[in-house]
Ligand binder design. Structure first.
Ligand code: ARG
Length: 463
């Protein structure tokens, strides 16, 4: 096609063909073929609008529509001839349409440019990705809810600085991820609502002199309305960035849980056992069961954040309106969307399958002086000590226990009274982890009663 000849799509003013290297750098068909379905949908809406407004004849519109059905069938069947010399999906489909139906194919591009064409195709694609992400998130939320239900009142250590802080409940920890995922879900819903305007009809950048009906194409493609400014329509990629920022934050949440799984499944913690389905063994150390899926997710999810930065960098230097740089938006977003969906699915599987080790959680919950705050609070309530003094007395008791090599509940009353004579045997009640978590009844707190109420609320929300 390029031996001395010019591209048939835009070759009018070109005498020579392009260099093979130019073809390689210019072509996007290797990846934007993924937009084929969206491209066909956009062309159908456009052709039918052109006929309805009398810009082309009904007969031509019908021929175009039939031809596009044949193109769609070829793509579906895997025998569509994708050709690098036609650069991208838009020109590949149009070229094939011309081979199939002849002259009417040439009328499809009336009042349209590849600039608004790619903008609408890509928006349709990203909109679908928002919907898919929302479904994936909801499935993962349900998996966390099932875990929270099974162990609403199981005690475990809560951490700050990865140091034992205070006892919490397993259900509470699981519901923390439900909160994060609910925010992720609402970010994708917001992004979807914001991007749901149709850029088709902006043409190259300035609009068109043909009497097109942008409301009709917007409606046909499921958009709320047409975009308001043709310059912005062809140069905007905020919708992709909105998706990527929601995806990056969601990826960060998934990665944090992946990290917790790696820690929790270690022999030192033994908080959870991951199923064989999401682990591997070692070829040399027979005792090993590695949390590979969690590790891979922790690493892979960084690609989502990388894609967000990459697209921001592509866009930040571009004057209005379209520049070819923008062709680099797609591979990044495709990879990020695939990585996120894989991450959500793998995490859902891991969360569903993991077994929490109730006994290990409980024994860890009771160690590390986890009820020291409960002791200090008791000194405030029972002996009316100012909290700062109570903190000091408790600190001395922790040191005493540490030196004796025991936990707080193992100290005798006499030992305690040697630090503060007002302490009575009642204190031992608050030193138990079960009592500790039960007492955290403040709104949003870890008490099992609170956790069950939140659990019921979320089950209701997810239906
Ligand atoms: N393949 C191009 C892209 O992905 C389509 C738009 C081309 N527009 C142009 N003026 N060259 O951005």
């Amino acid at each position: 096609m390029n031996e001395g000849g010019a591209n048939t799509m835009w070759g009018g003013r070109f005498a020579g063909g392009v260099d093979a290297i130019m073809e390689a750098i210019n072509a996007s068909i290797g990846f934007d073929r993924r937009l084929a379905a969206q491209d066909i949908a956009g062309s159908r809406a456009h052709a039918s609008m052109l006929a309805a407004t009398g810009i082309i004849t009904q007969a031509d519109a019908q021929a175009i529509d039939d031809g596009l059905s044949r193109v769609a069938a070829e793509i579906e069947a895997g025998d569509f001839p994708f050709r690098t010399e036609f650069e991208d999906i838009h020109m590949n489909i149009e070229a094939r349409l011309r081979e199939l139906i002849g002259e009417p194919a040439g009328r499809l591009h009336t009042a349209r440019s590849r600039n608004d064409q790619v903008a609408v195709d890509f928006r349709l694609f990203v909109r679908d990705q928002c919907d898919a992400a929302i479904l994936g998130i909801e499935a993962l939320m349900r998996a966390f809810l099932a875990q929270a239900e099974a162990g609403a009142d199981w005690v475990m250590p809560g951490f700050t600085h990865l140091q034992t802080a205070q006892p919490v409940t397993w259900g509470h920890h699981m519901l923390a991820y439900v909160e994060m995922l609910a925010r992720d879900r609402s970010r994708f819903a917001d992004a979807r609502a914001r991007m749901n305007e149709c850029p088709l009809g902006a043409a190259a950048l300035a609009g068109t002199s043909f009497p097109i009906d942008r409301d009709a194409t917007a409606r046909a493609l499921g958009f709320d309305r047409p975009t308001g400014n043709s310059l912005d329509s062809v140069s905007d990629r905020d919708f992709a960035l909105d998706f990527l920022s929601g995806a990056s934050i969601c990826a960060m949440h998934l990665s944090r849980f992946a990290e917790e799984l790696v820690i929790w499944s270690s022999a030192q913690f033994r908080f959870v056992t991951l199923s064989d389905a999401f682990s591997t063994g070692s070829s040399i150390m027979p005792q090993k069961k590695n949390p590979d899926a969690a590790e891979l997710l922790r690493a892979k999810l960084g690609r989502v954040m990388g894609a967000q930065v990459a697209l921001l960098v592509v866009m930040k230097g571009l004057p209005l309106t379209y520049s070819k740089d923008m062709q680099e938006d797609k591979e990044q977003l495709f990879d990020a969307a695939d990585t996120l969906m894989l991450g959500l699915a793998a995490m859902e599987g891991m969360v569903r399958d993991m077994n929490a080790n109730r006994a290990a959680l409980a024994s860890a919950a009771a160690s590390g002086f986890s009820t020291a705050t409960d002791l200090a609070d008791w000194l405030v309530r029972a002996l009316n000590l100012p909290f700062r003094d109570a903190h000091h007395v408790t600190g001395s008791l922790v040191r005493m226990a540490e030196e004796a090599g025991c936990d707080l509940p193992d100290l005798t009353l006499a030992q305690m009274q040697s630090v503060h004579p007002g302490i009575t045997a009642e204190v031992f009640e608050v030193l138990g982890v079960e009592n500790s978590v039960r007492s955290r009844m403040s709104y949003g707190g870890t008490a099992p009663e609170r956790v069950r109420a939140e659990l019921a609320r979320w089950q209701e929300v997810l239906g």
